[in-house]
Every structure is written in structure tokens, then in C-alpha cells.
Write a new protein. Sequence first.
Length: 158
Amino acid sequence: MRNVFVTVRSVCMGLAVIVFLGQLAMVLMRYLLGVGFLEIQDGVNYAFAALVALSVAVTFDADRHVRVDVLRQRWSALTNRRVDWLGDLLLALPVFALMAWSAFPLVRSSWAILEGSPETGGLPGLFIVKTCLLILPLLIVLLVLHRFAGLIRRIAAR
């Protein structure tokens, strides 16, 4: 499981570089040369969309997601872990399972027509970017299940 998130983290770093360099190239070409390329703009938009979707899973894996720390500071480490487990079970698992269930028809129809850019002359391959709408919740659900499997193993080992 760790290898999956190392790979996703590496993909996110690559996407961040693509977004930065692509945006820089667009700005320089537009303001210095007076030209613009729709393909570069679409590429930056696609890379940014994939980066945002995949970085949610990386952030969740690294336990750097947003939370309210007002009570967390007063609680013991065991209480904090229990709250995290309950949050995973009662919030993350159902929300991301619902996200996968509701995104599936959109992604399926996008793949069926091999959807491309809505812009005339834009890049093909928007269907690949929309697939991130399924990859994100699947990664989160797998991570939550992996965490609970580890919890069950620790409880059984006692």
C-alpha cells in the first residue's frame, strides 16, 4: 500500500512541475511574444485538475488534512487515534464511497466518447483527467480499509 502512495506522491510532484512550467511558458509567450497556444493552456488545466484530485489522497495519507484542533490538544494520543478512526469510518468512508458511486457514470460516459477539450482545437484526453474523479475516492477508501486492517491486526495480536 505504501508503494501506491509513493507513486501517487511522485505523480503529484511531476504534475506540479508541469503546471508551473506550462503556466510560465504561457505567460512568457503571451506577454513577450504576443502569441498563445490553446494546447498549452489545456495541458496546464488538465495537469492542475489531476494534481488537485490526487493530492487529496496524498494529504490524507500523510495525515495533513484539515481538522479542528481545539479539542485535539486536550485529548490523549489514544483518544485522538480513536477520533481519527471514527472520522475515517463515519465520514471519510461513506463520503468517498458516495463520490466514487456518483462519479462512475460521468467517467464511464466520458470514456465512451473519448471526451476531449470543450475548446475548439484543444487537447484530446479529458476522459483521462476525469478518471481522477474515480481514482481519488478509491485511494481514500483503500487507505481507510488498510488503516482498519492494521487496527484489527493490532487488536488481535494482544
